[in-house]
Design a protein around this ligand. Structure first.
Ligand code: HEC
Ligand code: HEC
Ligand code: HEC
Ligand code: HEC
Ligand code: HEC
Length: 192
């Protein structure tokens, strides 16, 4: 009798429990998706890496680290050995650099938190924009002033189309660009 009751309770409760868990999962997923893709999103990173210092004061070219911008869809985030080109000699006494060196020596990849991310069904390419002379600044803000990478523009379909329709209003230094057309508005350009 006791065993029967137990089975019965479980049979009734299990679907309810599963439903509650699933609902909570879906809701948190969408909340965190919205947070990840909103203006002001600036997750803290495993190493306190500063663009203001490296791209601003030290004036390292963006392409030194983001090697893909001229020939591929993705910009690429550098691996630790790129940092070690300098930090096997520079600032070795600093705690953050020692942390970095540990990643390097133990061959552990550094998992930087992704800041800007489109859903997989949208097609974007860095090289198509960058090779036309459209500066990073137009989409990512001025990294040379950022201690921590922060999303400053929304990356919605509306935002892409705003610039594609009237690039002259959206691109800083538009008048300096030669050989630039309007961006495409047909669906298959971005949904392939
Ligand atoms: C010395 C290497 C280095 C240089 C130079 C550099 N970056 Fe970065 N960049 C990184 C690293 C490492 C990350 C990932 C960690 C972070 O977000 O802070 C990153 C992240 C980014 C991101 C965010 C990526 C994401 O997850 O969405 C953008 C945008 C970016 N960089 C743009 C630039 C621009 C623009 C310049 C030049 C003005 C530049 N970077 C110069 C190393 C570099
Ligand atoms: C081209 C050389 C160069 C490269 C490549 C480079 N750095 Fe640096 N980094 C420097 C210099 C120079 C400083 C020191 C600036 C100062 O303090 O005067 C510095 C400082 C730092 C500091 C601050 C140390 C402190 O506490 O004062 C951190 C953290 C750092 N770098 C992390 C990184 C990471 C992570 C990468 C790779 C994504 C990287 N660096 C790539 C040249 C470089
Ligand atoms: C026309 C707008 C635009 C311009 C210009 C642009 N980006 Fe991006 N960037 C994006 C978008 C959109 C994403 C997200 C792409 C995705 O999730 O597929 C992104 C993502 C990134 C990322 C992270 C992921 C990756 O590897 O692609 C980095 C790093 C980055 N950009 C750096 C740069 C640098 C450096 C420049 C200038 C040389 C630049 N971007 C110019 C729109 C732009
Ligand atoms: C700051 C302005 C600007 C923003 C923001 C921008 N684009 Fe563009 N994009 C352009 C311009 C201008 C062109 C056309 C360049 C040319 O061909 O001369 C272009 C071209 C393209 C093309 C190339 C079509 C082809 O095959 O030649 C694709 C795809 C594209 N953009 C996707 C996107 C997506 C997706 C976003 C949003 C995440 C976006 N763009 C945001 C300005 C922008
Ligand atoms: C310039 C690039 C671009 C063009 C052109 C474009 N889209 Fe999009 N679309 C995007 C991006 C980026 C997203 C993802 C970001 C977002 O949801 O706003 C998206 C999201 C969507 C979504 C997901 C729903 C939503 O709002 O989140 C649908 C549906 C869609 N697009 C349909 C279309 C149709 C239909 C066309 C043609 C009339 C079109 N798109 C043209 C870039 C584009």
């Amino acid at each position: 009798m006791k065993k029967f009751l137990l089975d019965y309770n479980l049979k009734v409760r299990l679907p309810v429990i599963i439903f509650v868990i699933a609902t909570v999962f879906v809701i948190t997923y969408y909340i965190s998706y919205a947070e990840r893709n909103s203006i002001g999103y600036a997750p803290s990173q495993p190493i306190n890496y500063s663009h203001k210092l490296h791209a601003g004061s030290v004036q390292i070219d963006c392409k030194y680290c983001h090697t893909g911008v001229n020939f591929s869809r993705t910009a690429n985030v550098p691996s630790v050995d790129v940092c070690m080109n300098c930090h096997s000699i520079s600032r070795k006494d600093k705690p953050e650099i020692q942390k970095l060196t540990n990643y390097f020596e133990n061959n552990t990849p550094l998992h930087w938190k992704r800041v800007h991310k489109l859903p997989d069904f949208a097609y974007f390419s860095h090289s198509l924009h960058v090779n036309k002379g459209i500066d990073c600044l137009n989409c990512h803000g001025d990294l040379k002033l950022m201690e921590v990478v922060t999303q400053v523009n929304s990356f919605t379909m509306g935002a892409c189309l705003d610039c594609h329709r009237n690039p002259q209003n959206k691109i800083i230094d538009y008048h300096k660009l030669t050989n630039i057309k309007k961006g495409p508005e047909h669906c298959s350009a971005c949904h392939r």
